[in-house]
Write a protein that binds this ligand. Structure first.
Ligand code: NDP
Length: 480
């Protein structure tokens, strides 16, 4: 079986321990490659390389850094087919999705930050005839970047690209569940001529290789995307070391559907916002609230259309939902369906493992599931499920919808469907989320601030926010 390798100091190398563990293909339910079981010693070596590369990379001209990042973007584009196939195989997602969303977005991340850095400037503050202050925005050193399994290369590159563009070097760990495309990225970086040690990718388990990155004294900033429980541990561990932290965590996103919305547009988009990537996008809306006067109409049409979604072979262009990422994750999602029943919910469709047959008979497929009849404050409506499961709830007033929407500990994204302009703005203002979409979903401009409030995270990614995170401002005051 193919053995993936770490990318340290410009080379592909085995882990010190020479130990590997299996990488499972979710649609088949069987291992197909081996992942380095890296430990603290690999992280130490990677950090040493990143530290040694920092003076050269950080002092390189912005143009030169930009050129290399743009070359990486170009190579991602040239290898679209291979990368998309690898992402689909590793994660279980439909190939079509990987090819149209994941990989083009990873390419866009390198392109966006590779060009964005050319436009990044800092402020000056005049004190009239007395003095002038100017702010230096300096790269910090070695950035630790840790990403999850749902959008593997997309989220990995969303961190690495701005960290590198702003002159830092990086030690990064992808999720051990979906390491393959970051392994391919290491090869692309070598081909693109990224100087050795600038980016180091260490594969392995979160509590071992990941924790070693968080704890390393020479890594002063951590950019993490993943679950809230892991984020909480990271915050607790990094705080006494005074590390800079950016945390993008879990969500339980509400969709607020008012009776005056464009019903067809809303229906089409709500199907996507519920089940894209098998519901495993942190921005998917999993609590759907519908104004009571259109509740029955919504329910009938939504359930009918969900039943028509095709679950199966990720490489089939007609497939809407592929496999969920792993067996434990599939079991977790199914356990929430059982919980919903215990809490008094009615499963309107789905609720089971989907049996595909043939070579996919052991794959981790789930039927898209719609549940109604639950109270807004039950566990099913408060905890993140992160799978193809949504609940639907009627509401009577805007105030009630807002109260339900804001009732969870999370606050990542929300979606509002209405044709009333005043209400749209009012509700967007009053929702406790970092992102509010009005009459759309997942429409992303990479310049906008991205992140959540409450237990959905700390800090913002995207645009110049990312450059601000990955640089330290220094004020210089000169007296005339
Ligand atoms: P996890 O928190 O389990 O893992 C995220 C990453 O952290 C993985 O690379 C994991 O490694 C690593 N990790 C785990 N434990 C530690 C540790 N102790 N120290 C350092 N690193 C560690 O999240 P999932 O991978 O399960 O991802 C799903 C979660 O991500 C969901 O909650 C989802 O909402 C959230 N998410 C948030 C987004 C946002 O922008 N807010 C976007 C996308 C997802 P390993 O996999 O090897 O264990």
């Amino acid at each position: 079986m193919e053995k993936l390798q770490n990318y340290i100091n410009g080379e592909l190398v085995p882990p010190h321990s020479n130990e590997y563990f299996e990488n499972i293909e979710p649609a088949i339910g069987k291992p197909y490659s081996l992942i380095p079981d890296s430990d603290e010693s690999d992280v130490l070596e990677a950090t040493k390389a990143a530290k040694a590369a920092f003076p050269i990379w950080s002092k390189m001209s912005v143009d030169q850094r930009s050129e290399i990042l743009l070359r990486i973007a170009e190579l991602i584009g040239e290898n679209l087919d291979e990368l998309a196939a690898a992402e689909s195989r590793d994660n279980g997602k439909p190939l079509k999705l990987a090819k149209t969303v994941d990989i083009p977005r990873a390419q866009a991340n390198f392109h966006f930050y590779g060009t964005g850095i050319l436009h990044f400037a800092s402020e000056s503050h005049s004190m009239g005839n007395l003095a002038i202050n100017y702010t230096l925005r300096q790269p910090i050193g070695v950035a630790g970047c840790i990403s999850p399994w749902n959008l593997p290369l997309y989220l990995f590159s969303w961190k690495i690209a701005p960290a590198l563009a702003s002159g830092n070097t990086v030690v990064a760990k992808p999720s051990e569940i979906t390491p393959y495309t970051s392994y391919l990225l290491s090869k692309i970086c070598i081909e693109a001529g990224l100087p050795k040690g600038v980016l180091n990718i260490v594969h392995g388990l979160g509590p071992k290789a990941g924790a070693a990155i968080i704890e390393h004294p020479d890594i002063p900033m951590i950019s993490f995307t993943g679950g809230t429980a892991t984020g909480e541990w990271i915050a607790r561990t990094a705080a006494p070391k005074f590390k800079k932290l950016s945390l993008e965590l879990g969500g339980k996103n509400p969709n607020l559907i008012f009776a005056d919305c464009d019903f067809d547009e809303m229906m089409k988009t709500t199907l996507r916002s519920s089940f894209s990537n098998q519901g495993q996008i942190c921005l998917c809306g999993s609590r759907i609230m519908i104004e009571r006067s259109i509740y029955d109409r919504f329910k009938t049409e939504f359930v009918e259309r969900v039943k028509a979604l095709k679950v199966g072979d990720p490489s089939n262009p007609d497939t809407n939902l592929g496999a969920v990422v792993s067996k434990p994750h599939m079991e977790k999602v199914l356990s929430y369906v059982e919980l919903a029943k215990e809490e008094g919910g009615t499963v309107l469709c789905g609720g089971n493992r989907a049996i595909i047959g043939g070579k996919f008979s052991d794959g981790y497929f789930l039927e898209p599931t719609v549940i109604e009849g639950l109270s807004y404050d039950c566990r099913t409506n408060q905890e993140e499920i992160f799978g193809p499961v949504v609940t639907i709830m009627p509401f009577d007033t805007e105030e009630e919808a807002l109260a339900i929407a804001n009732s969870t500990k999370y606050g990542l994204a929300s979606t509002i469907w209405t044709s009333d302009l005043k209400r749209a703005h009012r509700v967007a203002r009053d929702l406790h989320t970092g992102i509010a979409w009005i009459n759309c979903w997942l429409l992303r401009d990479l310049r906008t601030p991205f992140g959540g409030v409450k237990e959905s995270g700390v800090g913002r990614e995207g645009g110049f926010e990312a450059f601000q995170f990955f640089t330290e401002p220094k004020n210089v005051c000169i007296r005339y």
